[in-house]
Ligand binder design. Structure first.
Ligand SMILES: Nc1ncnc2c1ncn2[C@@H]1O[C@H](COP(=O)(O)OP(=O)(O)OP(=O)(O)O)[C@@H](O)[C@H]1O
Length: 956
């Protein structure tokens, strides 16, 4: 094992990994050893921390033995800096000989380098999620890193592809370390002499034409720093060694795949010092290149370079402009063009100028050129049928990410083929057409579209020599939403009848909204162009504008805009306003700061807050993170804080911190209630401090699993699910309560019912089924259900609410035939059951019976309501079979109830009181009368309430 590797092993033992030290034979380490000797005594606690962390990480598990051996090794506690800035590279970084600071202390610390701050995005720190503005995605070495086991977290985020950008002082877990991300993430060592060497500055293009592959850990530069340095000097970085590779940059031969391949191909090895020498040997450019601050103005005042033809192109429909190539405007003739956005100015004029997706452009061209042959003037062939033959689709669907030339190619192809393009986009209302459209009523845009596609004048048999053919371009069809109701369906209908070709454009062809549309279209899926392709186009624009910029810088731009050519061109134009020479660093700077406002997911926010470097975040960054989703972040924090083990804290201290965190979360809850209930939104920040920031700052560190088999990722807030279950259970309980009250067997409150009655009800409902013979059991249970007005749903509710972890399901051993018999018997008695009084009562003007009130109404006010004589009650729930006497008695009360109910709106809750006062218990019959059938009976209601009466199946 090389000295450097040994050094790394030891450095890692130091704990948080932020303090590399060396005992290597190199000059630096010797000095370090002397300097750091006093720190030795602090090794123990740091080791403890390391051990803790190792325990929780499967990736560190193997090195346990080495840990012990190397404990005595001292380390330079160079506090891990946030990622490098370009400026930092030029200055030698003073080595810090400070001990790793206790996490409590570094909470809320202002980072040492304020420069970093400027470029550290607070949101969506390029964590390699693959979205938004891309972070550095240079393919890092993976193979070699397999051996680098020591360095703790290096970059953040769970995203695949791309490491965290420099400046991202993040501590998330997950995959973020380039191609081999997941496994290697966070495992690369810190450079042994990090920041100890002066980083040279050479001529901007001194490495032009050289291709580098970086392997392993360099001596003083982080991987990102080295990449930046090379790119800044015009060199190219690739991820794997090939014949084109000029140098394999490495300071140690750890025998990975890259070095093997390099040896095989005879690629030269270059050390970091060697690289520095090459850069130094180029003559540094002393003179500072002129800034373009005034030039921008100059440029605007500059003489025009637009050709008259160009101007025409801008003002008139594309179909009329000549498809022939217009040479890029140069020099003096451009008054008008200078005021044009470059995206318009350099909009491709011929298909060859479209970057990437050439085959799709050809396909589009073919489709459009054959459209009239295929569908003639009638638009009848195919008629939108789902034909397999691509050519027989009447419409085409161009899909792809924004700014990659979909609209451009649609317009260009139409223009080339002499079509007049009519463009309708999201800013136009594209809802369903007026049904009167058949009569040619125009007006709304949708109608115009219908008219357009339907117009006989567009037909092919029309003399087209005198009239241009038309193509309809429907842009952003996936953006058809609330305002465009029925838009997609109408678009499909239009396609079916269309006599002109339709080009639909969308970003996401898999959008749910477009599910049916894709069946009627020829799908052409645009891909992002490669960075080299983009750089070439951008170079063309830069040259035409007299900008000085090298290809590597443009590739960086292309990479960071994530394939969006429009964004790249806009960025270029923006930068050109202030500078005439654009360097690699300018692009980095520009795009890092513009990436600040990207969205961040609550998971990423919580990862960052809880991460190792969570303590180093500035307060505003923490607020940004926790306010990124003020509802979900606190929930995630609450759900996961128990899983975190703060660095270097023993169990007692950890418990103490957990208690403080729990208290803080509870405080956050109280504040949250104030906010929601009394709309005290000014408390939002206090809430986010109490519920997110404080707990996270107390406990940030490594995450560990609490239960076996649990995944070591932050869980989603369980509160949401539990709250919803609690709500559902409350509703079910309320139903049960109402029914039990209706039975008059109990007048217990809901709480009592839940706590005291529920276990008994459960036992009465299930144990006979387990113990008694089938018929006996079934009739006993059904009788019991009837006496308490328990419905089948209530039965389920009782079972559900009686469930507890570890308790057996009481229906477990009940044979299916018994269950079937129970259902059958219950249903048989359904017709004669009086149960659902509460559900039956439909109060006028109220959609659903207010059960609470009805429950109150049903509470027995008179004890003598029971039907003592056991006289059989009317079988028929409609009361058809009731005797006349009863009916006549009921009539009075029924009329009263009816009038009461009629006046409900006016009197509201009064009704309930009246009903109660009248002694009406709201039987089914009474309710029926109440609804205007002219029959209601207190007596019958009362009788039925004994549980032997009729009832109706519950209506839900
Ligand atoms: N492939 C490309 N080649 C050359 N220039 C391009 C390309 N794609 C985009 N551009 C530039 O970006 C501008 C906008 O492109 P365009 O409107 O075609 O993008 P789009 O893919 O349709 O985006 P959106 O989905 O947002 O409509 C063009 O005017 C052009 O200057």
């Amino acid at each position: 094992m090389s000295d450097i590797r040994k050094w790394f092993m030891k450095a890692h033992e130091k704990g948080n990994g932020s303090a590399p030290k060396s005992t290597s034979s190199k000059a630096g380490p010797v000095k370090n050893a002397a300097e750091t000797a006093p720190i030795k005594s602090e090794q123990a606690s740091e080791d403890l921390e390391t051990a803790d962390r190792r325990k929780t990480s499967k990736y560190f598990g193997k090195d346990k033995t080495k840990v012990k051996d190397e404990k005595e090794v001292e380390a330079i506690p160079a506090k891990r800096k946030l990622k490098t800035e370009s400026d930092d590279l030029v200055k030698p970084r003073p080595r810090k000989v400070t001990k790793v600071v206790d996490d409590d202390d570094d909470d809320f610390d202002v980072p040492i380098s304020r420069k970093t701050r400027d470029t550290t995005p607070s949101k969506k720190l390029k964590s390699g999620s693959g979205r938004g503005i891309a972070s550095k995605t240079v393919d890092n070495d993976d193979d070699d890193d397999g051996e680098d086991k020591e360095t703790p977290l290096k970059s953040a985020g769970r995203g695949r592809g791309g490491r965290a950008a420099p400046g991202a002082s993040t501590g998330g877990r997950g995959r973020g370390g380039g191609r081999g991300g997941f496994m290697n993430f966070g495992e690369r060592k810190d450079p042994p002499h990090k920041g100890e060497k002066e980083v040279p500055e050479g001529t901007p293009d001194c490495l032009a034409g050289l291709t580098f592959v970086i392997s392993g850990t360099l001596d003083s530069l982080e991987r990102e720093e080295a990449e930046d340095l090379i790119k800044r000097h015009g060199g190219r970085i690739t991820g794997s060694v090939s014949k084109k590779t000029t140098y394999l940059l490495c300071d140690e031969d750890i025998g990975g795949r890259k070095s093997e391949k390099a040896k095989e191909l005879g690629t030269k090895f270059l050390t970091e010092d060697g690289l520095f020498d090459i850069i130094r040997s180029s003559k540094p450019v002393k003179k500072s290149l002129p800034e373009r601050s005034n030039k921008g103005t100059e440029k605007i005042c500059a003489p025009p370079k637009t050709s008259p033809q160009k101007e025409e192109t801008r003002g008139k429909p594309l179909a009329k402009s000549s498809p022939k190539k217009v040479p890029p405007a140069k020099g003096k003739n451009k008054i008008i063009e200078t005021s044009l956005p470059w995206t318009e100015k350099y909009r491709p004029k011929v298909p060859n100028e479209i970057v990437g997706n050439q085959s799709l452009v050809t396909q589009l061209h073919n489709w459009l050129s054959h459209w009239h042959d295929q569908f003639g003037g009638t638009g009848s062939k195919g008629k939108g049928k789902k034909l397999n033959d691509a050519g027989s689709k009447k419409a085409v669907l161009l899909s792809g990410t924004p700014g990659i030339g979909k609209t451009t190619s649609a317009k260009l192809v139409s223009q080339m083929l002499g079509f007049q393009a009519v463009e309708v986009n999201a800013s136009d209302s594209r809802g369903k057409a007026n049904s009167n459209i058949a009569k040619g009523i125009g007006g709304s845009n949708a109608n115009s579209v219908k008219e357009l596609v339907n117009n006989e004048a567009m037909a092919a048999n029309f003399d087209r020599s005198k009239h241009p053919k038309t193509v309809l371009i429907m842009d952003e069809v996936d953006g058809m939403s609330a305002g465009d109701r029925g838009g997609v369906a109408d678009l499909i209908a239009s396609i079916k009848i269309s006599k002109i070709p339709i080009i639909c454009i969308c970003n996401d062809r898999y959008s749910q909204k477009l599910k049916s549309l894709v069946n009627y279209c020829l799908p052409l899926n645009y891909r992002k162009p490669t960075k080299q392709q983009m750089a070439k186009r951008l170079m063309h624009i830069a040259k035409a504008e007299g900008l000085e910029i090298n290809e590597i810088a443009l590739e960086e731009l292309a990479e960071r805009v994530n394939g969006d050519i429009r964004l790249a061109v806009n960025q270029l134009q923006y930068m050109s306003l202030s500078m005439s020479v654009i360097k690699y660093d300018d692009i980095r700077q520009r795009l890092l700061s513009s990436a600040k406002d990207e969205d961040i997911s609550p998971f990423t926010a919580v990862d960052k807050l809880f991460g190792y470097n969570g303590g180093k975040l500035r307060m505003d960054e923490r607020i940004d993170l926790s306010m990124s989703d003020p509802d979900l972040v606190p929930l995630l924090i609450q759900e996961n804080y128990l899983n975190y083990r703060p660095s270097g804290k023993d169990e007692a201290k950890r418990m103490d911190l957990l208690a403080r965190a729990a208290e803080s979360i509870a405080d956050g809850d109280i504040i949250n209630v104030q906010i929601r209930r009394y709309r005290q939104w000014q408390l939002s920040q206090s809430c986010c401090v109490a519920s997110s920031i404080l707990p996270a700052s107390l406990l940030h560190g490594s995450r560990e699993v609490l239960e076996q088999g649990e995944r070591n990722f932050n869980r989603f807030g369980g509160w949401l699910g539990k709250n919803s279950t609690a709500g559902k259970n409350r509703r079910l309980m309320e139903d049960l309560h109402v029914h039990v009250l209706a039975s008059r067997e109990s007048s217990a409150g809901r709480e009592t019912l839940r706590v005291d009655y529920l276990p008994l009800l459960l036992s009465r409902l299930t144990s006979p089924l387990q113990t008694l013979p089938k018929d006996e059991a079934v009739s006993e249970v059904v009788d019991f259900m009837n006496s308490y007005s328990i419905s089948q749903e209530d039965f389920d509710t009782i079972l559900e609410l009686g469930k507890f972890k570890g308790r057996e399901n009481p229906m477990e051993g009940v044979p299916p035939p018994v269950k079937a018999a129970l259902t059958k018997k219950y249903n048989e008695m359904n017709k004669t059951r009086m149960v659902r009084v509460a559900d039956m009562v439909q109060l006028p003007g109220v959609k659903k019976a207010p059960k609470k009130r009805i429950a109150a109404m049903l509470e027995p006010t008179v004890d003598s309501l029971r039907d003592e004589d056991g006289e059989p009650l009317a079988d028929n729930e409609e009361g058809n079979g009731s005797d006349a006497e009863e009916d006549s008695e009921e009539a009075t009360d029924g009329e009263k109830l009816e009038s009461n109910l009629k006046n409900l709106n006016a009197r509201g809750i009064q009704v309930e009181l009246d009903l109660k006062g009248a002694g009406s218990s709201g039987s089914r019959k009474a309710a029926g009368k109440g609804r205007g059938r002219g029959k209601a009976a207190d007596t019958s209601a009362e009788k039925k309430a004994t549980g032997r009466g009729s009832g109706a199946k519950r209506k839900r």
